[in-house]
Design a protein around this ligand. Structure first.
Ligand SMILES: NC(=O)c1ccc[n+]([C@@H]2O[C@H](COP(=O)([O-])OP(=O)(O)OC[C@H]3O[C@@H](n4cnc5c(N)ncnc54)[C@H](OP(=O)(O)O)[C@@H]3O)[C@@H](O)[C@H]2O)c1
Length: 351
């Protein structure tokens, strides 16, 4: 039986994920990578050609086949054919579409496809997952929700500062997500000045809500709260955190714990563009796959029981890492950890 991974969406997260799966197909034990392109747009032609050159197979809606042919792009499968053939489907579409696809499309193929993944904005799609945080909770689930990039970052900060000592060491966590307005791959939604966000959830914003749900898959009930704002930059999200712990700690110990976590990169750089630029030079498709980049000079311990600092979020890199881990868990539940070792060149200790 062939292992076919089908990615729906070729945007900020879909494109590098398809590229990575194509490039590492053999070590990941994937026989074929198919990808769904929604709009037949002339300006996207080079992107699609690039993914075809890497070995991906093009999937489009039946009614758009001739429009893609007019662009010189020959589709291999229709949208429904591709889902019916797939072992795993990874939905990388904007907010709300993944859940709609689940009801209108994926449900039909539930018995044939091993699992469906969706990304950050699809609250309610399935079991929340972040690699290295709640792997024990994965149980061949049919629907998996890869949490958002900032949720990954908050989750690993909680783990390194508090939970790695013991599950009862965490007292509370407060987080401010300082988000970049849009990605360098996106042409809209830029803003003229910093924009502050409201609190629409009992845990503030979706970031703390999602991290609560993520850790709840392990039976934990964490006191977390988050706020969010956007700044007029395209380089990386930053997060300010304030985590209270039960057991006394000190700065050196906190630095050691961040340094020891394989999914954390540390940095002495205090400008996001310099961290972003490191990813451009050393990452796959410019992506750092770590869950966070912790800024060492900003770390501070108050009263031996409160850890404060800043970290940068490798936006989409951490979600790509967790997507590959979840795909491999569905395909090779017994050996997925060894298989995803192939991504280790893109996990950095220091940036
Ligand atoms: N961007 C990030 O840094 C980031 C990080 C973590 C998680 N995420 C999550 O990843 C998901 C996707 O975000 P993104 O930033 O990659 O979005 P994006 O750049 O806007 O790309 C969205 C993709 O979805 C396709 N699409 C649009 N409407 C569709 C439809 N009705 N059916 C099927 N495909 C459709 C688009 O295709 P066409 O262009 O061909 O129309 C495009 O390829 C979201 O859940 C987001 O929260 C994003």
């Amino acid at each position: 039986m062939s292992n076919i991974v089908h990615v729906v969406g070729t945007g900020t997260i879909g494109e590098p994920l398809i590229g990575l799966l194509c490039d590492l197909k053999n070590p990941l034990g994937i026989d074929e990578v198919t990808f769904y392109k929604h709009s037949p747009v002339l300006t996207d032609r080079p992107k699609v050609k690039g993914l075809l050159d890497r070995g991906g197979k093009l999937v489009v809606r039946k009614e758009e086949t001739s429009a893609f042919r007019e662009l010189g792009l020959e589709p291999d499968y229709t949208a429904e054919e591709a889902i019916a053939r797939a072992s795993v489907v990874v939905d990388c579409t904007p907010k709300g579409i993944g859940r709609k696809n689940k009801e209108s499309l994926y449900a039909t193929y539930e018995n044939k496809v091993r699992g469906f993944l969706a990304q950050g904005s699809e609250y309610g799609f399935g079991k929340m997952y972040a690699a290295g945080i709640n792997d024990q909770a994965l149980n061949q689930d049919k629907y998996i929700h890869i949490v958002s990039c900032n949720t990954h970052n908050i989750a690993v900060a909680i783990k390194a500062v508090a939970l790695d000592v013991s599950p009862s060491n965490f007292v509370s966590g407060r987080f401010v997500c300082i988000r970049r307005a849009n990605d360098i791959s996106q042409g809209s939604k830029f803003i003229p000045s910093p924009e502050v966000g409201g609190h629409n959830d009992e845990r503030g914003t979706h970031h703390a809500r999602d991290v609560w749900h993520l850790y709840n898959t392990l039976g934990l009930d964490l006191d977390v709260f988050s706020s969010a704002m956007k700044v007029n930059t395209q380089y990386m999200h930053s997060i300010w955190f304030d985590i209270k712990v039960k057991q006394e700690t000190g700065l050196e110990e906190v630095i050691q714990r961040f340094t020891d976590d394989p999914r954390v990169a540390v940095t002495n750089k205090q400008l996001a563009n310099l961290v972003f630029s490191f990813g451009r030079d050393h990452g796959h498709y410019g992506r750092i796959l770590n869950q966070t980049v912790v800024v060492l000079p900003t770390l501070h311990v108050r009263n031996k029981k409160e850890v404060v600092g800043f970290c940068f979020t490798p936006q989409d890199g951490n979600s790509i890492m967790s997507s590959v881990a979840a795909i491999e868990h569905l395909l090779y539940p017994e050996e997925y950890e060894e298989r995803i070792e192939v991504l280790s060149p893109f996990l950095f200790d220091e940036v």
